[in-house]
Design a protein around this ligand. Structure first.
Ligand code: HEC
Length: 107
């Protein structure tokens, strides 16, 4: 009998402990810095910023090594065909020209 009382007491103490640390106590928040990447100046910059910022940050452009025109064409086509970027052929040309110039390696 004494043992049963002990076990009951332990269970009560344990549940009380759990109840006092409910999920409401542990919610924390952090403020992320407002990072905005701006592309290099040049013709086609606005079109590129408009479309290439829809799904991900413009960092994806600025953090690449300098690509050739062929490589940028491949990247832009991948965004359109594989990932469904809503970019017309005309805008794609403007963007590729811009990227090959502003972020190209001259090839
Ligand atoms: C419809 C959404 C969408 C749009 C719009 C978009 N991207 Fe992407 N992009 C993606 C996805 C998804 C990935 C792959 C993400 C990952 O792997 O983390 C990606 C990855 C990339 C990468 C990383 C390297 C690679 O090839 O995967 C580059 C560079 C890039 N995008 C450039 C661009 C450029 C330039 C544009 C504008 C023409 C653009 N993106 C527009 C969806 C998009």
């Amino acid at each position: 009998m004494k043992q049963i009382l002990m076990i009951a007491a332990i269970i009560i103490v344990m549940t009380a402990g759990l109840a006092s640390s409910g999920p409401g106590d542990s919610i924390k928040s952090i403020d992320l810095p407002d990072v905005k990447t701006v592309l290099a100046d040049g013709p086609g910059k606005d079109t590129s910023e408009k479309f290439c910022n829809l799904c991900h940050s413009l960092d994806y452009i600025t953090m690449q090594p300098r690509f050739s025109r062929v490589q940028w064409t491949g990247t832009v086509n991948k965004m359109i065909k594989t990932f469904g970027a809503p970019i017309s052929d005309e805008d794609a040309k403007v963007i590729i020209n811009y990227l090959a110039t502003a972020y190209g390696n001259g090839k």
